[in-house]
Ligand binder design. Sequence first.
Ligand code: ATP
Ligand code: MG
Length: 663
Amino acid sequence: VSESLSVPIAEAHSPTGEAALRAALEAGGVGVWELDVPNRRLSVSDVCKGHFGRRPSEAFTYDDFESSVHPDDRERRMQARADSFERGRDYDIELRVVWPDGSVHWLLIRAKIEREAAGRPLRMTGVSLNVTDRRAAQEALRESEERFRLIADSAPVPMWITEPGGSRRFVNKAYKEFLGLSFEDSCAFDWRTILHPDDRERIVRESIAGEASLQPFSLEARYRRAQDAHWRWMRSTSQPRWGPLGEHVGFIGVAHDITEAKQAQADLQRINELLEERVAAALAQKEEAETALRQAQRLEAIGQLTSGVAHDFNNLLTVILGNLERLERGARDAAEQRRLSMMREAADRGAKLTAQLLAFSRQQRLEPRSVEVNATVERLRELLQSSVGGAVRVETRLESAAGCALVDPTQFELVLLNLAINARDAMEGAGVLTVETGRASLGPPQRPEHPPAGDYVQVSVADTGCGMSPAVLERAFEPFFTTKGLGRGSGLGLSQVLGLAKQSGGGVRIDSAPGDGARVTLYLPPGPQAAAEDDKDRPPSASVAGLRVLLVDDDPAVRETAAATLADLGCHVVEAPGGEAALQALKAGGEPPDIALLDLAMPEMNGADLARRIHELRPGLPILFVTGHADAAMLNAIEDAAVIRKPFTSAELAARLAASKRT
Ligand SMILES: Nc1ncnc2c1ncn2[C@@H]1O[C@H](COP(=O)(O)OP(=O)(O)OP(=O)(O)O)[C@@H](O)[C@H]1O
Ligand SMILES: [Mg+2]
C-alpha cells in the first residue's frame, strides 16, 4: 500500500529521509492519504486506515470513506469540499466517522489540491489525525465553562473576572443588574463613576494597592445601584488568578451587599453612644442631687444652730433692754442718759440681728397677708432710691399680672431693702437697679433655695454690679457669710431673704456671674386680691395699774426683769419658775390673777401646755405668751393677740396686757 503513496511535504528524497519521515508520521499518529479526484481512487497509509477502524490488511476505498462519515457531518463535509474545489481553499475539516464496530471518532483531515491548467482538481494529498480525545477535552471545558456561567449567574451577588490590565472579561447576571447594563457594557464600565464621592479617593487608592499586591484583598465602599439609584455598601473580595505557567492572569471578584450590616452597626453604635450619654446624664443628675441634699442639710443644720443662738440672745436682750429702760428712767444727768441710750442702741441692734437669725431659721412669727407687690414696690421706690444713692438709677418693670403675694408685708419690705443694699454694695455707688415683678410657673427645684414646683408671684432685684463667683454663689445664703469687710456686712441679708421666702412657701433664685451683675428673684405664693386695708390698730389702753399678773418663766433673769417692769407699770406680780409652780400658786387660793404671762418655750411643761392646764382651773383667764424663739407651728396655733415677742419694751408690754385683758 505504502509504495503507492507519494509524500509531497518531504523535501529530502533520500531513502533514509523518507523512512525517517514515515516513522515520524507513524509515531505522531498522523495518517497520510491521496485521492485521484477524477477517478475517485483513494490510497491511504496504514495509520490512516486505522483512523477509520480498518486493519492494514483491509481495503479502504473512496466509497468506504464516504460511507464512514457520520450522517450529521456529511453535509458539512460536502460543503468544505465544494469550498476548496471551487474557491481554491485548502481542505480542512474536523468530522466524525463511524467505524465498522459502530463507534464514533473525531478526525481532523487536511489536504492540498493539485489542479490541471483549466483549474479542475486533479489530486488531493492530505493527512488525517484522530482528535477524539482533544474534542472530548474541549467539550468538557465548554461544559465546565457553561456550568460556571450557570452558577455565576444564579449567584445573587455580583461576580467578575479581570485580566492583568484590569479590564473585565466576565461579569455575572447580578453584576449586570447592579449596573443596569448589557454584558459588553458592564465589562467596559468604569465603576469609579458610581462610587460615593466620600469613598472614591480611598477606594481607588486601596484597589490599586490591592491589585499590585497580587494577594487576595477586600474593599468596602458605597456604590450607586442603577435600579433605584440607592447607595449600597458593598464589600468586594478579589482573589488573584494564576495561568498554567504560574503567571498572574488577573483577579476573580465577588461583592456582597453589606448595607444592612453597616446600618445595624451604625444603629448599635448610636445606641451605645445614647446609652453612654444617658448614663453620664444620670450620674451628673445624681451628683447634682447629692450636692443639693448636702447643701440643704447644711442649711438645715445652720438653721437649727442659729435658732438656738437667737433664743439665748433674746433672753439676754430682754434682760438688758428691760433693765436699761428702768435705768434710763432713773438717770441722774444728761451724760448718763447718753451712755444709757448708746447702750440701748447697741442692744436694739442686737435685737435686730436676732430677728434676722430667726428669719433665717424660719422660726419668726410671720403675719402673711395678701400683698399687692406692684403697689409695695411703688411705695418703696423712694426709700430704695435713697438707700442706693443718687448715682444709681432705679428702674421698675411692673407687670400688672403680678397681682398679690401671700407674705408678711413688713418682712417683704425689709427683704426688698436688703436686696437693694446688696445691689448698692455690688455696684459701688453707680449703676442701674431694676426691680421687676411678674408671674412664673416653675418646674422641680434644682437647688435648695429654689421654690417647689408651682405658680408664683415673682419679684426680682437686678443690678449692674460686680456679680458673684460660683464660690460666693454657693454660700451666699449662709448666715454670717459675707465678702464685705469687717463691720460692713454681717452676712445675714440673703439668709433673711431666703428665710422669709421659704417660710412663706416660696423660694429664691440668684442669677449672677462675675462682672455680669446679679439678679435675685423672690418667688412668693400668689394671694387673693387684697381687700382695702382695714385699720386693725387698736388704741392701746394706757393703764394696767393694779392688774394681778401670774408671771411664769424658767429663766430667772428674764423673769426678774419682767417682774420689775410689771411692778413699774403698777401691776401685782406672782412669779413662778415653771408650770408646776404656777399651777400650785393658782390652787393655793388667795387673790386670783387677772392675767397670766407665760414664757412659751420652757422645759418640762411648755407655755401652750401650761395654758391648757390653767384653763382647766380657771376657764377664761386671759393668757399672754412671751416668746423669743419657739416652734413656728406652736406659735401659729395661738391667736395673734396673745403673743408678745422678746425683747419687749414696757410700753409694748403694757399695750399687750391691756389688749389681752380686754379679750
Ligand atoms: N447683688 C449682689 N451682687 C454681688 N454680690 C452679692 C450681691 N448680693 C449679695 N452678694 C454677695 O453675697 C454675700 C452675702 O450677702 P448677704 O446680704 O447675705 O450679706 P452681706 O450683704 O455681706 O451682709 P448684710 O446683708 O448682713 O449686711 C455678700 O457679702 C456678697 O459677697
Ligand atoms: Mg446684704
